[in-house]
Design a binder for this molecule. Structure first.
Ligand code: TRP
Length: 364
């Protein structure tokens, strides 16, 4: 069996959208079904969400179940994947506390993702320490489960790098204990960072430019219909531009060869469609309708599964509870190893008392 241990998670600050799906969720389901791993963990990072939502506990609480529903809706199977809630694993806090000794303030200040987020949240003058140090807690999330493979979006690259540094430093000082993870990025460039429907660089709830996995068919179509395309493509005959054209970026991320035969046989593939659009003579609305077919095909089974799980919310919490129990046992084992390596395992070390007795009797 493969020795791969896969782990990833999401902050529960909103329902998940197709950016999450293209960037990571779709990959997770493929990984789960490929069965080429020893263990796979997917978790809801509620404690991390609280680092910048400390005043909004209700928001985090509501979104824990939303994210869990999105996971199950996408087809994550609790028989194959351990689904858990971060805050219910206190071992992660203890690991974080020790890892904090291995990281400098200036190193954290250089973390590009943290830098961007500080600016975004206006934390320059009043940064919560918990927020500032969340990359260290993320290192605990990853190492507690000995993850080898972390499928995440590009924005998480600095977090994985920071984790690897902590692992190397820990192992250097205390002996080989922790496992260095590798990031697994989406292989399709369009999926790396899917823009919002307005063409802005990132999908974000506050910009209102997201297509949610839980949107109705009509909501999806309305959003696609009003999507940003090419502002210079005024008349059908005008040549169209692909650069920054959200509809085409989404087609890059979601369309498959079969979609052309099924919904638009006039074109052999995406290249042929792009060629016509660039030449001129192809209206945006036609392309949007095609994208809509593809998105509906992708999203309708997700929507249906979500509806089914919504009818049995206690079962969803049960899945999370059981997953959390399993995950906690794994994290506890790593914490034991960490305490041992750091020589703070006083009561489990059968040699310790004898050793110290000998030392002090020799001193006589
Ligand atoms: N920071 C991640 C995000 O914002 C969520 C996360 C927390 C995570 N801990 C993790 C992802 C560990 C991968 C591994 O999406």
């Amino acid at each position: 069996m493969s020795e791969k241990i896969i782990l990833t998670g999401d902050r529960p600050t909103g329902r998940l959208h197709i950016g999450h799906f293209a960037g990571s969720l779709r990959r997770r389901v493929e990984l789960q079904n490929a069965s080429d791993y020893k263990q796979m963990f997917v978790f809801i990072a509620d404690a991390q969400a609280l680092t910048d939502n400390m005043e909004n506990p209700e928001k985090v609480r509501q979104n824990v179940i939303e994210v869990a529903l999105d996971y199950l809706a996408c087809g994550l199977d609790p028989e194959k994947v351990t689904l858990f809630i971060q805050s219910q694993i206190p071992e992660l806090c203890e690991l974080t506390f020790y890892y904090l000794d291995l990281v400098t303030v200036s190193r954290l200040q250089r973390n590009p993702t943290v830098k961007t987020e500080i600016a975004m949240r206006g934390f320059e003058q009043s940064m919560p320490v918990g927020f500032f140090t969340y990359p260290v807690s993320q290192a605990a999330d990853i190492t507690a489960f000995r993850a080898t493979t972390v499928p995440v979006g590009e924005d998480q690259k600095p977090m994985i790098e920071q984790t690897c540094e902590i692992v190397r430093r820990f192992n250097h000082i205390y002996g080989e204990t922790l496992v260095e993870p590798a990031i697994m990025l989406p292989d399709n460039a369009a999926c790396l960072r899917l823009p919002g429907t307005d063409g802005k660089a990132k999908m974000s709830k506050s910009l209102g430019n997201c297509i949610y996995l839980s949107d109705t068919a009509d909501e999806v179509w309305q959003k696609i219909r009003s999507m940003y395309t090419d502002p210079t493509h005024l008349r059908v005959d005008d040549p169209g531009h692909l650069e920054g054209n959200t509809v085409f970026t989404y087609l890059d991320a979601f369309s498959k060869a079969e979609d052309f035969a099924a919904y638009w046989p006039e074109y052999e593939n995406l290249d042929a469609l792009k060629a016509h659009y660039t030449r001129g003579g192809l209206g945006d609305m036609k392309v949007k309708k095609f994208l809509n077919e593809i998105m509906q095909e992708t999203l309708s089974p997700i929507r249906e599964r979500r509806k089914a799980w919504q009818k049995d919310i206690p079962a969803v919490y049960d899945i999370l509870r059981r997953g959390t129990q399993q995950a906690r046992a794994v994290a506890a084992k790593t914490l034991d190893d960490v305490r041992h390596a750091m020589k703070i395992n006083y009561f489990d070390d059968v040699e310790l008392i004898a050793e110290q007795s000998k030392r002090f009797s020799e001193a006589d």
